[in-house]
Ligand binder design. Structure first.
Ligand code: HAM
Length: 413
């Protein structure tokens, strides 16, 4: 039996309804703040992610689905959405538009990770990017919008972690200081952390090994090394969040696995999830546009995993589908009349289904009851009986009287 590939899943109808609700909610919340929808291709030039996400990241080193397009060009299934949106911003000259350009997306992404609950190889994200403004209000507004989305989806037990990374220059200096510290304590670090000291020393903060964790408690923190401008920007973001009543934990060791971040960095996690507790996160990426050969343009954004959002969501008010009319037939040769009645009913704005399985009349009525049809039309040789399934009332009509009778409401007599 052929099964869905490891780390992928089918979205079945019940789940699709919850996803639709999430999409509608995102559209409402982001649309109200002026974000417009964007979709970029499923695959991009590999170089976009190598440069944008960063050569040293796990994503680029081990998680990308990369293939040759047959003409010697290397393509990659998108592992994330920020670099593609920035690519589109540059390609379409969006710097000429009023700034910031505010965009949102709901798309599938691909990472060759070890699958577990909340971690898949194909997954969906809803994301928002505001490009072209360095104002701290942009960062705070984005965080507020994500908080509102998670709240509207009844995501349980959320916590917000917040940090600031400063500029790449501050980071480079800090990196040297941290590297020296790690070298000093090399013997007590796990082999994995030791091997990556030069490649990505920040990852040491992510380590689960107890001895490494102990050493990292005494490590210098980037938050204490910010330039006055960056520290001020961060203070502004925090004040705005305080005003908005959004609580957060300052987390100087927050690491998000993508190299493009500058200044504000944040992540929402949920207790309702297991090991993969990150529901959504993001930050500012003021240098990414230049890395992609675009004009220097600040940017900020986030993405939330659809699956993790729904895994940690409470009961959702998913609407049941209303079936106004089920068209059944009293004889096999009445198919054409029944078919056109169902079609006309839909054209009149009703949700109408037609008997399609050759059931007996009794079977058809049972089926109509099961799908919760409000009315059943039984198309017969002599005419059509229309039954109100709630009241049990029944009327004998000619086929062209059926739809007006339903539209008039349930008063059949
Ligand atoms: P990210 O933290 O890598 O950020 O992913 C965002 C969210 O996508 C995560 O919090 C998680 O919910 C979900 N996610 C990530 N990987 C998986 C996976 N393998 N399976 C299921 N869900 C997953 C980004 O992708 C950045 N582009 C966010 C951003 C936008 N930063 C600035 N703008």
């Amino acid at each position: 039996m052929i099964q869905a590939p490891k780390g992928t899943f089918d979205v079945l109808p019940d789940d699709a309804a919850r996803r639709e609700l999430l999409e509608r909610t995102a559209k409402r919340i982001l649309g109200a703040a002026g974000y417009q929808r964007i979709e970029t291709p499923t695959f991009e030039a590999t170089e976009l992610f190598a440069r944008g996400v960063g050569e040293a990241t796990d994503i680029v080193q081990k998680e990308m689905y990369t293939f040759d397009d047959g003409g010697g060009r290397s393509l990659t299934l998108r592992p994330e959405g920020t670099a593609p949106v920035c690519r589109a911003y540059i390609e379409h000259g969006m710097h000429k538009l009023p700034q910031p350009v505010k965009l949102w997306y709901l798309s599938s992404f691909y990472r060759a990770e070890a699958p577990q609950r909340g971690r898949y190889r194909q997954f969906w994200q809803v994301g928002a990017e505001a490009i072209g403004s360095a104002a701290p209000e942009v960062d705070a507004e984005l965080i507020v919008l994500l908080a509102e989305l998670l709240e509207a989806m009844s995501v349980k037990g959320t916590r917000l972690s917040l940090a600031s990374l400063g500029t790449p220059e501050t980071r480079a200096e800090y990196r040297e200081e941290l590297t020296a510290y790690l070298r000093e304590h090399e013997q007590q670090l796990s082999a994995e952390v030791r091997d990556r000291i030069d490649l990505n020393p920040m990852r040491a903060f992510d380590a689960s090994d107890p001895s490494t964790r102990e050493i990292m408690k005494g490590a210098p923190k980037l938050l204490d090394r910010l330039s006055p401008e960056d520290a001020d920007h961060f203070t502004q973001v925090r004040l705005l969040l305080d005003d908005a009543g959004i609580g957060y934990d300052l987390d100087p060791t927050l690491v998000r696995g993508l190299d493009y971040y500058t200044r504000t960095l944040f992540e929402f996690s949920s207790d309702a999830l297991g090991a993969q507790s990150g529901v959504g996160g993001g930050g500012r990426y003021d240098r990414l546009m230049e890395l992609l050969d675009g004009p220097p343009t600040p940017g900020c954004g986030w993405a939330a995993g659809i699956e993790r959002t729904l895994l940690s969501a409470g009961e959702l008010p998913v609407q049941a589908i209303v079936v106004d009319l089920f068209v059944s037939l009293a004889g096999a040769d009445l198919g054409r009349t029944a078919f056109s009645l169902a079609r006309e009913a839909r054209r009149a704005g009703l949700n109408a289904q037609l008997e399609l399985a050759g059931r007996s009349l009794r079977g058809q009525l049972r089926h109509a009851d099961r799908i919760g049809a409000r009315y059943v039309a039984i198309v017969g040789e002599e005419g059509t009986s229309l039954k109100n399934m709630e009241s049990g009332e029944q009327l004998e009509l000619s086929p062209n009287e059926v739809i007006p009778a339903i539209l008039r409401g349930s008063r059949l007599s």
